[in-house]
Design a protein around this ligand. Structure first.
Ligand code: BG6
Length: 505
């Protein structure tokens, strides 16, 4: 066998530790920083995956010093860390925690930030490397990026890297996403931009590639010859969790469908990449996103919903319009279900039904391949009344794992075939717990590995699929559904129109 000289010869099983560096977080007082980023930094430190020379910098409009910020960071990390709390790990980290107060239009504050970074190079040996995490509303991107450009902080040189991490939403539609991409690309080099879609950091989502490309069982049937339809669900039981200001102008399609759901679709539908590199995987995903089609009859196949007051887990919960900060006549959707097509030889004719919603009966994300019925059944019709379509379900969360559903004979003297399932559960098979998505992604940013980050062309292709939907919905009202139900009836009618049903995960 001749080995491909282009392949990376590094042994990927060795834990990789980034070079000395600093992580600068803008928007350090926000929910994301407190609940996800700071705990992820601690968890990485606890697992020995941060470099010895590492510094954490916070930037916000607060009258704090380093100590106050370090205290806030410690409390947040302690409250939300995944791994066991060890005070000595935090104390070591705390030695290199810095805070720079200031607003985004304050030149002095950014000059100071630059100075602090320079100082850390001398005192903490961070080697000039830094990742800037923009955990801030998108309106704030332009001033912050401009400040970084002005101060020269964004510049990578042969001796040091500078990277930027951009949180979603990446724009509001295709034109704004293009403008944002242009802006970011005018300040940072193309290899230095990391767009976070935290679904790609989930262990179960990465396992899709192992499932498909490391096995022989599934790939031969992973196509329109055998697959009847695909259902991808991201369901949440929570409401908007106090994020009315953000959610009112975003809605479920922009918040989850445009990014998480379409990325899951892309990974499910893509061809095998030449190798598992950032370039090759992103190229294959992009081809799928470009091949997405919408049905002509959007009134039936693109359904929006909005939750009304109802019951969840024995508790009465308010309707969306009664949530604090939501307009009483709001038309923002909290549920969306759309039938997409993927116009490739592998998938032509196979519907991809995607849905997401808030205040649904339970929190569950999954990808289900529903297989075609057998072309002929040598049984009496009554024998197979309880037999559904075979299904392969990738359970993204919770109960992470994979389920195979198929028919089996019910024990007894008559022939009766009923659905049974075979389960693989991460919790049972592996002793090590899965890292949090943000832990994995933050580490990858510091390592400079962009495999799990969508490229800007992917973001734009996703908007190109969503914009016509938004345009269609602009003059419509979302269908109401009661909190605690699986979305509006119209979503069921959508599948019924093609003789199908949603799974009840
Ligand atoms: C975020 C959305 O991107 O994903 C939230 O903005 C949503 O509205 C969240 O709740 C869901 O993520 P997860 O990991 O809890 O499924």
């Amino acid at each position: 066998m001749i080995l491909n000289p282009l392949r990376d010869p590094r042994d990927r099983r060795l834990p990789r530790v980034p070079e000395p560096c600093a992580l600068v977080v803008f928007g350090i007082t926000g929910d994301l920083a407190r609940k996800k980023l700071l705990p992820a930094v601690y968890d990485l430190a606890n697992r020995g995956l941060l470099p010895t020379n590492f510094a954490l910098l916070g930037f916000a409009r607060r009258d704090w010093g380093d100590t106050e910020f370090a205290e806030l960071a410690r409390d947040a990390a302690r409250a939300h860390a995944r791994t066991q709390w060890r005070e000595e790990v935090w104390e070591r980290l705390a030695e290199s925690v810095r805070f720079v107060p200031g607003s985004f239009d304050d030149d002095n504050a950014f000059d100071e930030l630059r100075q602090v970074l320079d100082e850390l190079e001398g005192t903490h040996g961070i080697g000039g490397n830094a990742a800037f995490y923009l955990s801030i509303p998108p309106e704030m991107f332009p001033p912050v990026l401009k400040q970084m450009q002005r101060t020269g902080m964004a510049e990578s040189t042969p001796d040091r890297w500078r990277r930027v991490v951009v949180e979603k939403p990446f724009g509001y539609d295709l034109p704004s996403a293009r403008a944002l991409n242009e802006l970011v690309d005018s300040v940072f080099g193309p290899d230095d931009v990391f767009r976070i879609d935290h679904y790609l950091g989930k262990e179960t989502v990465q396992n899709l590639m192992a499932l498909r490309f490391a096995n022989t069982l599934f790939e031969p049937i992973w196509n329109g010859h055998h697959v009847d339809s695909v259902q991808i669900t991201v369901a949440e039981d929570v409401g908007i969790s106090g994020r009315a200001a953000f959610y009112e102008k975003t809605g479920a399609a922009r918040d989850v469908l445009q990014n998480h759901l379409l990325q899951l679709l892309a990974l499910t539908a893509m061809e095998e990449p030449v190798e598992l590199s950032a370039e090759e995987i992103r190229t294959e995903k992009l081809k799928v996103l470009r091949a997405i089609s919408l049905p002509e009859n959007l009134a039936t196949f693109a359904v929006r919903g909005q939750y009304e007051q109802g019951w969840l887990a024995g508790e009465r919960v308010p309707g969306y319009r009664q949530e604090e900060g939501v307009a009483p006549d709001s038309r923002t959707e909290t549920f969306v279900a759309v039938r997409f097509g993927v116009e490739t030889r592998r998938w032509a004719g196979v519907p991809f039904y995607l849905r997401t919603g808030k205040r649904l009966p339970r929190r569950v994300s999954e990808i289900a391949l529903v297989f075609k019925r057998a072309p002929h059944l040598p049984f009496a019709p009554t024998d197979t009344e309880e037999l559904g379509n075979n299904q392969l379900v990738v359970r993204v969360q919770p109960d992470e794992g994979v389920t195979l559903k198929f028919g089996s004979k019910v024990p007894g003297s008559v022939m009766e075939v009923r659905d049974v399932s075979m389960d693989f559960l991460y919790g049972e098979k592996f002793t090590e717990a899965s890292p949090e998505a943000y832990e994995r992604l933050l580490l990858d940013v510091l390592l400079g590995d962009a495999t799990l980050f969508p490229r800007n062309a992917e973001v734009e292709a996703s908007w190109a699929a969503i914009d016509p939907l938004e345009e269609f919905w602009a003059d419509t009202r979302p269908y109401p559904y009661r909190a605690g139900e699986w979305g509006p009836r119209a979503a069921d009618r959508m599948l019924a129109a093609e003789g199908r049903k949603w799974r009840r995960p």
